[in-house]
Design a protein around this ligand. Sequence first.
Ligand SMILES: Cc1cc2nc3c(=O)[nH]c(=O)nc-3n(C[C@H](O)[C@H](O)[C@H](O)COP(=O)(O)O)c2cc1C
Length: 258
Amino acid sequence: MSKDSTAKVLSVAFLLCVICSILVSAAAVGLRERQERNKLEEKNKNILQAAGLYEVDIPVEDQFSKIQTRIVDLQTGEFTAEFDTKTFDSRARARDPETSYRISSDLDLAAIKTRSRYMDVYLVMDNDILQQLILPVHGKGLWSTMYGFISLANDFSTVNGFAFYEHGETPGLGGEIDNPSWKKQWPGKKVYDEAGKTRIEVLKGTVDKNSQDAIYQADGLAGATLTARGVGNLLKYWMGDNGYKPFIDKLKTAGVKQ
Ligand SMILES: Cc1cc2nc3c(=O)[nH]c(=O)nc-3n(C[C@H](O)[C@H](O)[C@H](O)COP(=O)(O)O)c2cc1C
């Protein structure tokens, strides 16, 4: 067989393909555990950031040790031990017909159609006393589903922090939800009024600081009203009666040991 024969060229190409696919598969399998670990670390970092607890030079794992992960059944508002908190994935549960909940269109403020019946929530504890409650939230912006965490102080109404960790809004427009100067308005805002009504909202325009309602209101985003509206709507949904409110109301009376 000559050096440049078609058969030779094809067999070298085939051999190269086989070697490359073995290398790629081995890398994918070998790195899977590491990827999973990195994914979990990134999620835990976002939770710590929402709670204002993240410190760059301390390993995330150490910082996360003061946070308890629990799973809540949103239908009953109670904790459930039905799932392993280490592997629980609310997005996978939302896709599973056994655990997903279809949101009727009149209630679907976050425009997500379905959600998991069960959600992972995070409790910042200090000597058995709850300091902060961190809740995952998500909903539609203009182009994408925006995923974030909101952290509440132990009055279950005052926002300690609120940030998105995943979205596909336009940088410079809707992407300004990541801008530190927009995010810094959230700490101190209140989600519920004295009567327990869900009041949090994002305005089109800026908040009138002299208004009695300013405590429940956040500034919108100029040129990105649709994304900002999505943020307000997803907060209204998740903090309302079809979201975490029944759980929060129970937590207030029964505490974390329920
Ligand atoms: C290429 C492009 C990308 C845009 N991206 C966003 C976006 O991410 N979020 C958003 O709310 N509006 C975005 N807009 C603008 C919206 O179409 C709409 O004009 C805007 O939300 C209205 O906000 P305003 O009333 O504050 O101007 C984009 C517009 C263009 C042309």
